[in-house]
Design a binder for this molecule. Structure first.
Ligand code: ADP
Ligand code: GLC
Length: 477
């Protein structure tokens, strides 16, 4: 099959969260299975953009009363896989979606431009995966930023006989962000008025909703999230629409080559299920790096996350007085809302011998944390899939997660009698303390159980293969 991905983030070029991981790794898995894959995303002018060379191909689009020039850059790591970066002035800013002054006011224009430019790739850019995509491909759009692409396919191409055999799929990674704007913005989108109704949701223009009703199939990033999306409680207002369209939940995988404790270049000592000695060395090195006492005997709890209401940071902050009184260590790595950053920094200030809060986005450090930690907290209020718990299990750190969305689908509860399970799950946000207490007691009283939990987690297969197979079925329709 020929596949055209459109996403606002793709690792290693750009990332604020799991969307970047998924759009970097799933295409590799699909290419390995013999498909031709092209991934289109903006060139934000970041560190890795130089990997993509300038093809010299340009295009011009008229949006919001102005003309926008783009250049197409291509990185082609293998014959049947290419990453196309859309280079345009409007993408080259310090942030991806916004900066310290807030979200960029012209994001609707920026991501409409991404969609318009992406759909021209199969026609204009020769230097693509394995030649050209031709006019028969599946468009795979991700989240609201690519939500207009399925509509542009129907509105600009099908009526003039182009791409008529193309299907489209949209994946919902996060329904909390829907790309909603004033209805008056419609005039800037280069769409005829007869498409206005498709783009409207209530009295606002809504990019995600546009994608949901324009694509041939919708997927969500875990089966639980897909189910929840069809309910009024978990549908973010989109449940009625999602009950009417074909929707499949597919649990994300992880790139098991990049994320492998046996060969990870970011961690100080490698280890594996067969030889766990290196994990203790990674913990000692992490404690040293963080300036915490090097104590193998105390449990090290970690939290790696965007700092956003979704992630349940408040449950950790509420529990801080208890956490900081225990004989344990705590490290948080995250960036986002300043109140949450300050809250975590406050924990460090109150107990510098126990807690560290690192504010920033630091992928190599995140690897060292998964490798060095004993437990990973994922107290999310909602979590479409979640990747951090998967990385943690792969690195022998035991996840303690709220039973929601993909967390519920990926962490199996520990059974003290059966010795089955990969972590602890809890239901209500204020039960985090109880779950941590169980983990803490198990650490001190039942070290064999801790060992078994690590082994169970590290034995899971989170590679992209099974998910890629499910996407193939969706692409085939
Ligand atoms: P979300 O996409 O909602 O942010 P996921 O768990 O799916 O949540 O993905 C988060 C990804 O971002 C993981 O790869 C995680 O390691 C990474 N990440 C989050 N915060 C940071 C950070 N501050 N530094 C480095 N990596 C981070
Ligand atoms: C979103 C979700 C997260 C998911 C990620 C990748 O950002 O919040 O749960 O893992 O996308 O699909």
């Amino acid at each position: 099959m020929n596949l055209l991905f459109v996403s606002s983030e793709v690792a290693p070029f750009s990332q604020t969260g799991g969307l970047g991981d998924v759009c970097g790794a799933l295409p590799i898995a699909l290419a390995q299975r013999g498909h031709r894959v092209v991934v289109v995303s903006p060139a934000y002018g970041r560190a890795n953009d130089h990997l993509a060379w300038d093809t010299g191909v340009t295009a011009r689009f008229w949006l919001f009363g102005e003309q926008h020039d783009v250049r197409y850059r291509v990185y082609r790591p293998q014959d049947n896989l290419a990453f196309v970066l859309i280079d345009s002035l409007c993408f080259r800013r310090s942030g991806i979606y916004g900066d310290s002054n807030g979200v960029y006011g012209d994001n609707l224009m920026r991501f409409a431009l991404l969609c318009r430019a992406a759909l021209e790739v199969p026609r204009r850019v020769e230097a693509l995966a394995d030649g050209r995509l031709g006019d028969e491909f599946v468009l795979h759009a991700h989240d609201w930023h690519a939500g207009l692409a399925p509509l542009y396919l129907r509105a600009h191409y099908h009526p003039v006989g182009l791409y008529t055999r193309c299907r489209s799929v949209i994946t919902v990674h996060n329904a909390a962000h829907q790309g909603r704007y004033a209805a008056s913005e419609f005039g800037g989108l280069d769409l005829s008025p007869r498409h206005m109704e498709t783009t409207m949701w209530g009295d606002t223009l809504a990019a995600l909703k546009t994608g949901l009703v324009s694509a041939d199939h919708v997927t969500a990033v875990s089966p639980s999230f897909a189910r929840d999306l069809r309910t009024p409680e978990g549908g973010f207002g989109l449940d009625a629409i999602l009950r009417r369209v074909p929707l499949t939940g597919i649990l994300n995988g992880i790139d098991t080559t990049l994320w492998d404790p046996a060969s990870d270049k970011h961690v100080p000592q490698s280890y594996s299920l067969q030889d766990m000695a290196g994990k203790a060395a990674c913990k000692a090195a992490l404690q040293r790096e963080l300036g915490l006492p090097v104590r193998p005997e105390v449990p090290l709890f970690a939290f790696v996350s965007r700092l956003d209401g979704q992630k349940g940071v408040d449950s950790v902050l509420r529990l801080a007085p208890w956490i900081l009184e225990q004989d344990l260590q705590f490290v948080a790595l995250g960036s986002g809302a300043s109140t949450l950053q300050n809250g975590l920094k406050g924990m460090e200030a109150r107990a510098p011998h126990r807690a560290r809060a690192i504010i920033g986005f630091d992928v190599p450090l995140s690897h060292r944390i998964y490798a060095g930690a004993d437990f990973l907290l994922v107290p999310s209020l909602f979590e479409p899939c979640g990747l951090t718990q998967l990385y943690a299990m792969r690195y022998g750190a035991i996840p303690i997660v709220r039973a929601t969305g993909g967390l519920r689908d990926s962490v199996r509860p520990w059974g003290p009698v059966s010795h089955d399970g990969t972590g602890w799950l809890y239901d209500e946000p204020d039960q985090l303390g109880q779950a941590m207490f169980w983990a803490f007691r198990t650490w001190w009283d039942h070290p064999n159980s801790i060992h078994q939990l690590r082994v169970n987690g590290m034995s899971q297969d989170w590679s992209w293969g099974p998910a890629a197979e499910r996407y193939e079925a969706v692409y085939q329709g």
